[in-house]
Design a binder for this molecule. Sequence first.
Ligand code: HEM
Ligand code: HEM
Length: 199
Amino acid sequence: MNAPETAVDQATRVAAGATRSRYDNVSIALHWLTVFLVLSLFALGELWGYAHRPLRGELVMVHMSLGILLGLAVAARIVWRLLPGHQVAPAVSGLTETLARIVHWLLYALLAFQSLFGWYVRWSEGEAMSFFGLLIPSPLTPVSREMHHQIQEWHGWVGWAIVIVAAGHAAAALHHHFVLRDSVLVRMLPRGTMEQGAR
Ligand code: HEM
Ligand code: HEM
């Protein structure tokens, strides 16, 4: 009969990556790429109003290009997560687990929606999407100017919703790490980062 696993055994097994109790490198890379893209897109969308031409147009072009990359990163993350063998065991249980699941899926839903809606924002005014200078023409009939402004505003609100939900999610991750002192944050960090903090 096997002896019961001690805390040291468990820590060794986790450190060796022999369980799915932490995220794999692809998931970690896609998570932090998504964070970088969302924050850059938000900053650009909020700031280009203060810039003059031609800088303003260039910032909009960078926003569209990073937006297309965000769509690809989110699609890759969702496909990767659904493939067998890439799921992690929940780090928490009960109500906290349910809440974490709801927040993660809400973030995925908002990100997927915004990634597609961004194309509509551009195409609804009859303008081409730009991916670092490569133009993708609009297949749509342009809407009125007023309607287009309304669509832009909705896109801005969804952006705010993403940033607010993500800020709550990040605060929860920091609370786990610094107050509850568990492994929730460490399992989403590249191996070797703050390893001592993991329990
Ligand atoms: C989390 C992701 C995103 C955030 C936070 C965000 C944020 C914003 C904000 C705040 C604006 C300004 C809205 C206004 O003027 O009222 C904007 C405009 C725009 N966004 Fe995004 N966005 C995101 C993703 C995307 C994506 C994925 C695309 C394209 C694939 C995209 C394309 C556009 C376009 C075309 C505009 C209008 C630019 C113009 O003024 O001509 N965005 N975005
Ligand atoms: C724009 C910002 C962010 C977005 C959109 C975002 C999105 C997500 C999503 C969708 C997941 C679920 C991953 C999965 O299981 O498939 C996740 C997990 C996670 N995120 Fe974020 N995140 C953001 C920022 C942050 C920040 C700033 C931190 C740290 C301070 C963080 C820490 C974590 C951790 C620790 C997990 C794993 C939670 C667990 O094991 O249950 N995230 N994030």
